[in-house]
Design a protein around this ligand. Structure first.
Ligand code: AHR
Length: 323
């Protein structure tokens, strides 16, 4: 009997932790504890998994009650989640917008309900910046530029055209738009760099593989692959090997993120260069959330610090990589 009662108690506690992590009374803004409603993009990549873990762990450590939802890469799901957080009267809403446009109405609803909003990881294109308190995340244009700068240096002595294929992230997302434009800005200064095919791989490994297979069929002489994230690059590596070519040698590969699997492929010589994009946004997000709930001023834009990795650098840091 006692065993059955304790099993029921454990089951009850487990069920509670599915929807809310951390501690605190939540929703009232009372005391120091706050409740955050967080709408995540999805679980499309290694980066996203690490980002979700960072947000959930940091909420626990900071004593923030977290209501978490996964939008499965669909804007309509994010809008529903935000509306539900407004109804639940959370203290603060944070979200990583799957695409840049189409947020004004729901952000206005949050503002009218006096619930502060923090953008994390990805930006929105709303003209009215009073609809959110701050935007914490990477400079994606800069990431695209770093990818382009490595390419320009790598091919500085080449006389022939350099034929590039590009695997773009989710169509309409800030990282896809900005990583494309930053890269283009740098390589566009020299006409020998030619993007011969460019298509979305939706930031997933499966789609990266599928699109790369199609690229290889219609373009027999690809020199370089620029993939907007590691996962698409890793899928593309499978396609390249399947076509009997050597990734990193027959086709040079540049990716973005620097998650462990990507860094392993870089150390193994299958990727040539990775631009880092850090998913560890949780601790800064919790700090910002506490401040905006208290009504303190925060910087309108907080840019994440990031680096780049060559194959040799990957070998040195691989064993200590956190994600
Ligand atoms: O918004 C960040 C991007 O989203 C990461 O680079 C990618 O892996 C993820 O899916």
């Amino acid at each position: 009997m006692l065993k059955r009662i304790s099993a029921l108690v454990v089951a009850g506690l487990t069920a509670m932790s599915v929807t809310a992590c951390g501690s605190g009374s939540g929703g009232s803004g009372g005391g120091d504890s706050i409740t955050m409603g967080f709408s995540q993009v999805g679980a499309e990549s290694g980066w996203r998994t690490a980002n979700t873990k960072s947000v959930q762990d940091s909420a626990k450590n900071a004593g923030v009650t977290l209501k978490f939802s996964d939008a499965q890469q669909k804007q309509e799901n994010q809008i529903k989640a935000i509306r539900s957080y407004i109804q639940q009267k959370v203290d603060v809403i944070a979200f990583s917008p799957v695409v840049e446009s189409g947020w004004d109405t729901v952000l206005k609803e949050a503002k009218d309900a006096k619930i502060p909003v923090i953008l994390t990881d990805r930006a929105v294109d709303s003209k009215d910046t009073s609809l959110y308190k701050t935007f914490l995340g990477s400079d994606f244009v800069e990431e695209g530029k770093k990818a382009g700068q490595w390419l320009v240096e790598e091919y500085k002595d080449a006389k022939d055209p350099v034929k590039i294929v590009e695997l773009q992230g989710t169509t309409g997302s800030a990282p896809a738009n900005d990583r494309k434009s930053g890269f283009q800005e740098v390589i566009g200064a020299d006409a020998k760099f030619q993007i011969i095919a460019s298509q979305t791989g939706d930031f997933t490994r499966a789609k990266g593989k599928e699109v790369m297979e199609a690229f290889l069929k219609s373009n027999p002489d690809i020199d370089v692959l620029y993939a907007h994230n590691d996962d698409m690059g890793l899928g593309a590596i499978e396609a390249i090997e399947g076509a009997g070519k050597a990734p990193g040698k027959d086709i040079k590969i540049i990716t973005v993120d620097a998650v462990k699997d990507g860094m392993q492929a870089l150390a193994d010589g299958k990727i040539n260069f990775i631009v880092e994009c850090s998913p560890l946004l949780g601790p800064q997000l919790m700090d910002l959330a506490k401040k905006v709930v208290k009504g303190e001023q925060v910087q309108a834009r907080v840019v994440t610090e990031e680096t780049t990795f060559t194959q040799d650098q990957a070998k040195q840091v691989l064993s200590t990589r956190q994600y």
